[in-house]
Design a protein around this ligand. Structure first.
Ligand code: FMN
Length: 185
């Protein structure tokens, strides 16, 4: 069975990302094509990148890196739930991605972005550039949630009706490519 991580890309107290990741996970739970698990980068307490060697060498020295590496390595694909911070992904998510290399390589990913008027579209484009460098195959389908139209009073998540179908299309593509890339790995 394929294993897909739903990664919470914000560590901000009061973050919207947590509710969004749980909504994504609920949709995933109705499917039988993979095992889906939430991965919260906040749980790993990663400091700003503090490994002496570049991650591509895989010579980790810190317990937090080893724990993060083991978690990410155990998945075949990823759904990144990313906020938009200043037209990019959050510093916390970039830092968490930077910690590893081979754990991400030759795997598939989908993006659920959120933010103001563009639903985090610019963060998603930024993430696609980063994933390209890691040899991660990012699928075309995307979910974009706006704090204006997918939240009640900017605080309670109430995704517009079309968003569940968008999430399922995203999962369809992530599962297909995760399976294909497993053969390559
Ligand atoms: C530091 C910071 C920068 C932000 N920059 C943008 C931005 O450039 N574009 C945008 O649409 N929203 C921006 N926002 C709004 C966030 O996308 C929105 O508050 C979102 O809920 C943040 O994710 P979080 O709640 O999971 O931390 C920014 C928010 C923060 C905290």
């Amino acid at each position: 069975m394929l294993k897909i991580a739903i990664i919470i890309g914000s560590t901000r107290p009061g973050r919207r990302g947590e509710a969004i990741a749980h909504w994504v996970h609920e949709i995933a739970q109705k499917r039988s094509d993979a095992e889906y698990e939430i991965v919260d980068i906040a749980d790993f307490h990663l400091p700003l990148f503090d490994e002496p060697k570049p991650p591509i060498m895989g010579q980790y020295t810190k317990p937090h890196t080893l724990a993060w590496s083991a978690a990410i390595n155990s998945f075949d694909g990823y759904v990144f739930v990313t906020p938009e911070y200043n037209h990019a992904i959050s510093g916390a998510l970039k830092n968490a991605i930077d910690y590893l290399f081979n754990e991400w390589k030759d795997k598939a990913a989908g993006i659920v972005s959120y933010g103001g008027g563009t639903g985090g579209a610019r963060a998603a484009e930024n993430l696609r550039l980063i994933l390209g460098e890691l040899n991660v195959a990012d699928v075309r389908a995307q979910v974009t949630l706006s704090v204006f139209t997918d939240f009640e009073n900017y605080s309670i998540l109430k995704p517009a009706p079309h968003q569940e179908a968008a999430a399922n299309t995203l999962f369809d593509q992530v599962v297909a490519w995760s399976g294909a890339l497993k053969a390559l790995r």
